[in-house]
Write a protein that binds this ligand. Structure first.
Ligand code: CAA
Length: 259
């Protein structure tokens, strides 16, 4: 995909697509156009059969410092409601391929919300998360109160959202917000290495696992189990299931084609 975007950079490396937030002068503050560019890139890579894993990171000294405050400062509530900008965020949550967020520096407000939309988070030891919206007289609007609470529970979510406190990378790791805490120097190298390993996994199984896990957050156990069961059965119509089991029996590495 050629880079026709204004606020993001995109490139591919074999089965890995990399999207970088690129407004470093304002710490990658997410304006509405940037969010729609992120969505466009994600949806394009989701439909691209050559891509198996998507990385999301920030250029400069931060992942991103949240939604663009300059863009929001004078907006009126009825205009905001009519704009309905958060539908883009709903579509981000519908991306089927695995998204790895690679976070260094700040991931605040809308950027923390974007990180929480990722399936896995690799964080540098200097990463700082948080919802400072309350200090601006507002609250998160792109899923922060919901995703954070479902992830860490009411107690810490309430504290962090009330105070706007910064959550260190170490704390984020302790609370299960990030998967890996890595020194900043090797963060990207390690994330890319992991992405290539993940890209070798059977893509349709990965897709159905992602769908089932996300359903677990929304649905009752019984309803979630119905999804799991359906996806489990469907995988038996894939070539990858035949290849995976044949390779096991033949004592060799499987070669998954995503079919
Ligand atoms: N929007 C617009 N511009 C921003 C920004 C934001 N969210 N965050 C940083 N910037 C700009 C600064 O204004 C500054 O620009 P100038 O050089 O033109 O003055 C530049 O980025 C560098 O920032 P600082 O000089 O402030 O850098 P710092 O290292 O001293 O501080 C920071 C970094 C603590 C992250 C600080 O910039 C900050 O507090 N930013 C705002 C964080 C925030 O409140 N985020 C939540 C936004 S609301 C939201 O996200 C709503 C939602 O849920 C959708």
């Amino acid at each position: 995909m050629s880079n026709t975007y204004q606020y993001i950079l995109v490139h591919t490396d074999g089965p890995i697509a990399h999207i970088q937030l690129n407004r470093p002068k304002v710490l990658n503050a997410l304006n509405r156009q940037m969010v729609s560019e992120i969505l466009h890139a994600l949806e394009s890579f989701d439909q691209d059969n050559d891509i198996r894993v998507i990385l999301l990171s920030g250029v400069g000294r931060a992942f991103a410092a949240g939604a663009d405050i300059d863009e929001m400062a004078e907006v009126h509530s009825t205009d905001l409601e009519l704009l309905n900008q958060f539908t883009d965020w709903d579509r981000i949550a519908w991306i089927k391929k695995p998204i790895i967020g690679v976070v260094h520096g700040f991931a605040l407000g809308g950027a923390f919300e974007l990180a929480l939309c990722c399936d896995l988070l690799w964080a540098a030891d200097d990463a700082e998360f948080g919802f400072p919206e309350v200090n601006l007289g507002i609250m998160p609007g792109a899923g922060g109160t919901q995703r954070l609470t479902k992830l860490v529970g009411k107690t810490k979510a309430m504290e962090w959202l009330f105070t706007g406190a910064r959550i260190t990378a170490k704390e984020a790791s302790q609370f299960g917000i990030v998967n890996k805490l890595i020194s900043k120097e090797v963060l990207f190298e390690e994330a890319i290495k992991f992405a290539h390993a993940l890209a070798k996994q059977p893509p349709i199984a990965i897709r159905y696992i992602k769908e089932a896990v996300l359903k677990a957050i929304d649905l009752s156990l019984y309803e979630g189990m119905q999804y799991e069961r359906k996806n489990f059965s469907l995988l038996f119509s894939t070539e990858d299931q035949k290849e995976g089991m044949k390779a096991f029996i033949e004592k060799r590495e499987p070669d998954f084609k995503g079919r």
